[in-house]
Design a protein around this ligand. Structure first.
Ligand code: ADP
Ligand code: MG
Length: 696
């Protein structure tokens, strides 16, 4: 990454140009400009001279309307007279829609194409294709395309732009691209082997050197020029990932091979009341293999809610302890950290592992004691929130960091924790996510990250029944809630985010809470939201876990990880306001025990198309991997895995959903390009300057 070869195409743009294009291009150098490629292409340039028209010829014309009428005899028809210079022509429609004549008022400039025929005394075109010239057409301003002069016969690119920049500006700037932008970064041999267009031709084509016959392929982005661009973009990403992989294997970590406290893992497994699922076994085996390496593990453990990730994480921690080291589990919220303590501590203590917790809200003395115990190695596994990341936290020998809901943490936070391994080592890192990244994306974005999928649920789970219910029928729910509570079970009622305002959120949740108390005065109802102090949150959650609360009204603070097996009904209020992944997460709070569970999605009257698709997908499936793929289709990859998530520049031209073959090509080429080669460096730098989230 560090080698800074001064390639001329990476030299900065002149100030005025850099200011003008601003954030429209991906980097403020010439190559950034060169890679600002057209949205679409328009054929409006092959103009035939009006005074050279010949009968039978297919012509493209630009002319002004000078009159029109609708004739009824011998049959109904619309006639429009157009003129350019001395020459005039009749356009004739025998079939036409009522408003067509109004589209061509006198004086309007129009583009016409069609076949020239001999009419009554003048030439004419029957049923021509017409287009009204727009103000930004070159025929109206800038460099006029004069009928009679046949320009180069090229398609005109239309660039992504903003209101203040004209297309003609972009055209002008692209003409100034330095020669260096057109230098190929792929060796000839590879270009031929993969039947790619040379880079200079691809780039020239896209910036306007294409014949009108290519219009279709160019606009569909199937043209060889686009193929070359997409392959290059994917290739840059593959090369970058390869480089990260190399870098990582040069870092050092504890190699967890030698057991100091022998048999700890075995003992733990024997103490469980069940056996691991096949998927859990595979994940554990892979993790243990990774932990043996002398360089840090980077593994993502993906699995649906309830698939048993926590147990896998526990086993990883136990392995670290077995080998004489410490482990830390980092959770995004106090509620979640508390849940982990509640579930894991007894399990770990059963095999003699000393378990501690560290949270912002702890008593000073308690915190101090934990810090000391960690530093002296008297605590083996610590569970905590962001408090773990702080400078005051030191370990005797930290070998493993487990990050729950990794997407909630910034790269810097995770890095500062794994750096606490000390002695120039990094801790191994296991990241957990209940929001699976669709396979299609994982292939492109995560090829440096080992992934374990828990795609098999523990046995005995009943599928959750999902019902859609209109807000208008909200009252019906009271009976259903009463029924569950009568059976001794518990209920969640989740209130949505409103316009990203926490205050409004709260009001909505509080109003619902009050209303439900009025409807069910004899039930134990509690309210949980993010603005409460953490003591109150914890005691509310503890009361709910202990079955002392029948109905928990909450905002989305319960989204992740909260685990109360006795909860069997979940109501999601205004479900249309949630994303698919979030809905699925929330729904996963029920159906965690062996009880038949129900999730009710309350929806409002005005649903957008995508909201309908989301709710339908939720109704149709409770498989997180399936829903992740659906989410990808509904939202598109850009939004789902934006730059923040991937850390790689998001793909602008290639689309992993449709360009799978090109991805394979890019992979094959990446294998054949040495990372230290000057062309490889050049290639990477043209396309990217960023670092993925799991490294930075
Ligand atoms: P996740 O973290 O993936 O949402 P958890 O690890 O919290 O899932 O597991 C959910 C529940 O399933 C827990 O109560 C856990 O004890 C139980 N569980 C985990 N693995 C198994 C298994 N192999 N067989 C039976 N129950 C399991
Ligand atoms: Mg969990």
């Amino acid at each position: 990454m560090s080698s800074n070869v001064p390639f001329p195409e990476l030299s900065p743009l002149p100030t005025h140009l850099a200011e003008a294009v601003g954030s429209l291009i991906h980097a403020p150098h010439w190559m950034g400009l060169a890679l600002h490629l057209p949205l679409r292409f328009e054929d409006k340039v092959t103009v035939t001279a009006m005074d050279a028209l010949q009968v039978g010829q297919k012509a493209n014309l630009v002319a002004s309307v000078v009159g029109s009428d609708i004739q009824y005899k011998p049959r109904k028809q619309l006639r429009v007279w157009v003129e350019d210079g001395e020459v005039s022509l009749v356009l004739r429609w025998l079939h036409f829609y009522p408003g067509l004549r109004d589209k061509m008022p006198d004086g309007a400039r129009i583009h016409i194409s069609g076949q020239i025929r001999q009419g009554y005394g003048t030439l004419e075109i029957v049923h021509p294709q017409i287009r009204i010239a727009r103000p930004d057409d070159n025929t109206e301003s800038g460099s006029p395309i004069e009928p009679g002069h046949q320009p180069s016969g090229v398609l005109e690119p239309v660039y992504p732009s903003t209101g203040t920049l004209k297309q003609s500006d972009w055209h002008r700037w692209m003409k100034k691209l330095p020669e260096a932008c057109f230098v190929d970064t792929l060796p000839n041999k590879l270009i031929q082997q993969h039947q790619l267009l040379p880079w200079n031709i691809a780039l020239q084509t896209l910036h306007g050197q294409a014949a009108p016959s290519q219009l279709f392929d160019l606009n569909l982005r199937t043209h060889a020029a686009w193929v070359r661009v997409k392959v290059d973009e994917l290739l840059a990403q593959q090369l970058l990932l390869q480089e990260y992989r190399n870098q990582r294997t040069q870092e050092k970590a504890q190699s967890l091979k030698k057991a100091v406290r022998k048999g700890l893992v075995e003992q733990f497994l024997r103490s469980l009341p069940f056996t691991l699922t096949g998927a859990q076994q595979r994940a554990v085996r892979d993790i243990f293999e990774d932990l043996k390496n002398p360089y840090p593990m980077q593994r993502l453990l993906q699995g649906d809610v309830g698939s048993g990730k926590t147990l896998v994480a526990a086993l990883a921690c136990i392995k670290a302890v077995e080998c004489g080291h410490q482990a830390a589990l980092l959770a995004p919220t106090e509620v979640l950290a508390e849940q982990h303590v509640f579930k894991l501590k007894p399990l770990l203590e059963r095999v003699g592992i000393r378990c501690g917790k560290l949270q912002g809200a702890m008593k000073k003395s308690e915190k101090k004691a934990t810090l000391q115990a960690l530093a002296q190695g008297e605590v083996d596994v610590v569970i905590g929130t962001h408090a773990l990341v702080q400078d005051t936290v030191t370990f005797k020998s930290l070998a493993l960091v487990v990050v729950d809901e990794q997407h909630r943490f910034g790269v810097a936070q995770r890095l500062s924790l794994i750096a606490k391994a000390g002695n120039g080592l990094l801790a191994h890192q296991l990241m957990m996510s209940a929001t699976p990244i669709p396979r299609t994306l994982a292939q492109t974005y995560l090829s440096d990250l080992a992934v374990s999928n828990l795609d098999e649920k523990p046995p005995g789970r009943q599928p959750i029944i999902t019902k859609l219910l209109s807000q208008k029928k909200r009252e019906q729910l009271v009976a259903a809630i009463e029924h569950e509570i009568e059976k001794g079970q518990q209920v969640y009622w989740v209130c949505p985010l409103i316009e990203d305002s926490e205050t409004l959120d709260l009001q909505a949740a509080e109003a619902t809470y009050t209303a439900l108390i009025e409807l069910m005065p004899n039930r134990r109802i509690a309210l949980l939201h993010g603005k409460q102090d953490s003591k109150l949150k914890q005691s509310t959650m503890a009361a709910f876990s202990a079955g002392q609360v029948d109905l928990l009204v909450s905002t989305t603070v319960i989204e992740v990880g909260v685990d109360v097996g006795n909860a069997s009904l979940m109501v999601i209020d205004q479900a249309e306001r949630f994303g698919l992944a979030q809905l699925h997460q929330l729904r996963g709070r029920v159906g965690r025990g062996s009880l038949q569970s129900v999730c009710v999605l309350l929806y409002g009257s005005e649903l957008s198309q995508t909201a309908k698709q989301r709710l339908k997908a939720m109704h149709d499936s409770d498989d997180g991997f399936y829903l992740a793929e659906r989410d990808l289709e509904i939202r598109g990859p850009g939004e789902l895995l934006g730059k923040r998530q991937s850390g790689l520049p998001s793909l602008r031209y290639a689309d992993p959903l449709v360009d799978k073959d090109l991805l394979n090509t890019a992979r094959a080429i990446a294998q054949q390009m040495p990372l230290d080669d000057v062309n490889t460096r050049r290639h990477i730098q043209r396309w990217t300057e960023d670092t993925p989230w799991w490294l930075s």
